[in-house]
Design a binder for this molecule. Structure first.
Ligand SMILES: [Zn+2]
Length: 190
């Protein structure tokens, strides 16, 4: 009997790229975490998750020129080689507000390795299909609703179990007061 083809799950391999640090080739993220459209004037990859090789200081920087003028942000660096690889926006004008709290890699600091064809391309020369946070949120919402349904089911089962336990306990303990009563009665009668 011929084996059935493996079931495909998630994005196709040809869509997947690993994001490497330009300075030392440390893995900093991948294209599965992309979640936003590049704003005009900023050459960045917007991700909602990065690897532990990406670090940042507690101190906020303020943009003095360019697209980040007047914005406050944390600078992201590569833990292995110290290269500045991007930023997390802390405060900004309304045009960049959707980037706040997300990880933005400078495309100039990132080299992409494409898994399917094993090609290495500078991030600045790659156009990834736009994935918006809205789509991501929609998927997360679907998962949450599903998860909530499961939790409710477990809660109902637990409640039922507790009720059964309560009834059993009540039945077991209901003989004790009678004994006590009859004991009291006996004492009183004497
Ligand atoms: Zn590095």
């Amino acid at each position: 009997m011929p084996a059935s083809p493996p079931r495909r799950q998630g994005p196709l391999p040809e869509d997947c790229a690993v994001f490497h640090c330009r300075g030392c080739w440390a893995v900093l993220g991948d294209s599965l975490q992309l979640c936003g459209q590049e704003p005009p004037g900023l050459s960045v990859l917007i991700c909602f998750k990065v690897t532990s090789d990406v670090t940042w200081e507690d101190s906020l920087l303020v943009g003095l020129e360019g697209s980040l003028l007047g914005c406050a942000y944390y600078l992201l660096s590569c833990q292995s080689c110290g290269l500045a690889v991007g930023f997390i926006l802390y405060s900004s004008g309304s045009d960049l507000a959707y980037l706040r709290g997300l990880f933005c890699f400078f495309k100039d600091s990132i080299i992409c390795y494409f898994l399917q064809n094993q090609m290495i391309i500078e991030a600045s020369k790659v156009n990834f299909p736009a994935v918006t946070l809205k789509e991501r949120m929609h998927k997360i919402k679907e998962k949450l609703v599903d998860f909530n349904g499961r939790v409710e089911l477990v809660m109902r089962k637990l409640e039922k179990l507790e009720q059964n336990n309560y009834v059993t306990e009540w039945q077991n303990s209901s003989t004790a007061p009678d004994d006590l009563l009859s004991g009291d009665a006996r004492v009183n009668a004497n």
